[in-house]
Write a protein that binds this ligand. Sequence first.
Ligand code: ADP
Ligand code: MG
Length: 351
Amino acid sequence: MFENSQESRTNLSELGEFGLIDHLTKNFSPRLKSTIKAIGDDAAVLDFENEQTLISTDLLVEGVHFDLSYTPLKHLGYKAVMVNLSDIYAMNGTATQITVSIAVSNRFPVEALEELYSGIHLASKIYNVDVVGGDTTSSTSGLFISVTALGVAEKDEVVYREGANPNDLLVLTGDLGAAYMGLQVLEREKEVFKANPNAQPDLDQYTYLIERQLKPEARKDIPPLLKKLEVKPTSMIDISDGLSSEIIHLCKSSKVGANLFEEKIPLDPAVISVCEEFQLDSTTIALSGGEDYELLFTISQNDYDKIKGNPHLTVIGHMTEEKEGMHLITRAAQKLPLIARGWNSMGNKED
Ligand code: ADP
Ligand code: MG
């Protein structure tokens, strides 16, 4: 993960608002042809020629969506960008530009915002998006970050949540549950640290989980992979809240039902072992944990041969007629109704 270096403390008032914006954004030079004017005027100017424009926004609030006692600011900046890019990829698009708005209290020194922006900068470089604007203001308490992502797609390539048909296959990228279990590990370490600040945590065995929580990666690779495989999903969504609520979103938008097979849900071995340690059911975590930022989509059965055996893609179920409802078929062949629990009822997070 990232190195963290925060030694000196420069008060925000020393730079002033405009000085701060200049300071934080001085490394952001645009690279894309579609960016005509980036930071520095009253509005950015973009030119997407004939493609359709995708826009998505998220707001992250300290104490609700992140806890700075275990979230390094560089990771937070990176994650704030990922959360948004994931929504663009979930439309089968290419992410192109972002804007970043922050509200910050004076308890943060300039160096803290430099860390935040270094994560944003890294994400924009790796994911090839230009930072084209934003807003900077003060808050009386805590940190707020809002990122807006823009992207493009050819008109006939955009994939919506609606469009799934009965008998379509339900396909998932990657694996589930790691980000939520990473959060559980971090919360536990926070309590241990409160009780004994000298304790030296040994988190090696949790590296994958903690990375998935603190430094998620959006599935930039999937829209081009689908194009290469010549598969256009009939519907798609990203997994921000948990598998069951995302399946329910697809079903409601598409007016279909679904059967999800418990034995097909991909779990990393680290998730299985940490669930045993915390005495949690790994299927429940996959269904209701969140923040995995994988993509969930449906394809026609005719396309099955094109995706079969691809290591990034797992068929986890199929769609049905709407009247059949939405169910989890357990390993014991029980048929349980799918219910959306998402972050909220799991205690410590809200949308
Ligand atoms: P205005 O008063 O017109 O809103 P600002 O002084 O807020 O202009 O912003 C000046 C320029 O800096 C604009 O291009 C704006 O998009 C950009 N900007 C402001 N804050 C941020 C930020 N936190 N991150 C990136 N760009 C920013
Ligand atoms: Mg402004």
